[in-house]
Design a protein around this ligand. Structure first.
Ligand SMILES: [Fe+2]
Ligand SMILES: [Fe+2]
Length: 321
């Protein structure tokens, strides 16, 4: 595809490596030959995408094809369905995998916040979390690629993804190796703030300090989160602990239950560290983002009272790697 032609309205570009061999692609694929005024339909939707298709397109289209913008939700769903394969594909660079994974996670987090109780959300989260674990375990570059993509503008959905991604890397760093445990942690992390959808937006976006009544409402979000997911799907107790206990502090001054060190689930202690780190390093309407180093310095003051010492040290090592 010629680099100096402006993409016609209504089309978007897709990297060919995303299209996995022998999958059914449920959107139309267009090419845009140099001599053509407009893109040309290459392959109708719902046909399997074969190796010969990819080879031919790679030769003639320099690695990119077009799809209709109004079919892009199908591309998003296709990527989510095939994320495991994309992440495992040796033909895709880590940097590109990280981008696809992060975008897919953001999309999922938005959907979760829109309908946290929808039955398919647990299954979809498990898929994305499994791919994130697979990617992080590919090596230290993976996490840094993900970290480099982290949005510094704070929204609950970006925050949910950042807590999930950084939390999984920290969980791995502290030696949680069981796939089941990592899955439970990751699912809990991506859902950890769903209860904020029940907190009034005025409180969430307030620039100044919260009044006592507003704080009381804010502090309900872990329990409200649990209530939102509880009736529908079989979340594990480990996942639920991340949602319920991520604001507890070792010295018992946290919420909602004021639990102390040994009473707090270790997954919630991991989540607490990345949760605060992401909040400090993100930009809000009422505050600028601060860098990683000042954030860690500030957090260090609360080690032993808020944060677990060992997990915190592992987090510092993780970021410094
Ligand atoms: Fe929270
Ligand atoms: Fe949070």
């Amino acid at each position: 595809m010629s680099a100096n032609r402006k993409l016609p309205d209504g089309y978007s570009q897709v990297d060919l490596t995303i299209l996995q061999i022998d999958t059914v692609v449920d959107f139309d694929i267009y090419t845009w030959p140099p001599q053509a005024a407009l893109p040309v339909l290459y392959r109708s939707k719902d046909l399997p995408f074969l190796e010969e298709n990819r080879n031919r397109l790679t030769e003639t289209q320099s690695g990119e094809v077009l799809i209709l913008e109004d079919q892009s939700p199908r591309l998003t769903a296709y990527i989510e369905r095939n994320l495991d394969r994309i992440v495992a594909d040796p033909g895709i660079a880590s940097k590109d995998k990280a981008r696809v994974l992060y975008q897919t996670s953001l999309h999922l987090a938005k959907d979760i916040l829109e309908s946290p109780g929808a039955p398919e959300m647990l299954k979809r989260s498990e898929g994305v979390v499994r791919s994130t674990i697979g990617f992080i375990l590919q090596g230290k570059d993976s996490f840094h690629w993900l970290l480099s993509l982290t949005s510094y503008d704070y929204y609950t959905y970006t925050h949910s993804v950042n807590v999930c991604t950084m939390g999984l890397a920290l969980a791995d760093q502290i030696g949680i190796r069981s796939q089941g445990e990592l899955m439970d942690f990751g699912v809990g992390a991506i859902f950890h703030d769903v209860g904020k959808t029940k907190v009034s937006p005025g409180i969430l976006r307030k620039r100044g300090p919260l009044t006592e009544a507003e704080w009381a409402e804010m502090k309900k979000h872990p329990e409200m989160g649990l209530a939102l997911i509880n009736p529908q799907s079989p979340f594990s107790n480990d996942s639920k602990a991340v949602i319920l206990e991520h604001h507890e502090r070792l010295d018992g001054t946290g919420y909602p239950a004021g639990k102390k060190d040994s009473e707090i689930h270790r997954f919630a202690k991991v989540a607490a560290i990345v949760d605060v780190f992401d909040a400090l390093t993100s930009k809000r309407a009422y505050k600028d983002a601060i860098g990683s180093y000042p954030a860690l310095k500030e957090m260090k003051e609360a080690v032993g009272t808020h944060f677990d010492d060992y997990y915190f040290r592992k987090f510092v090592i993780l970021l410094g790697k």
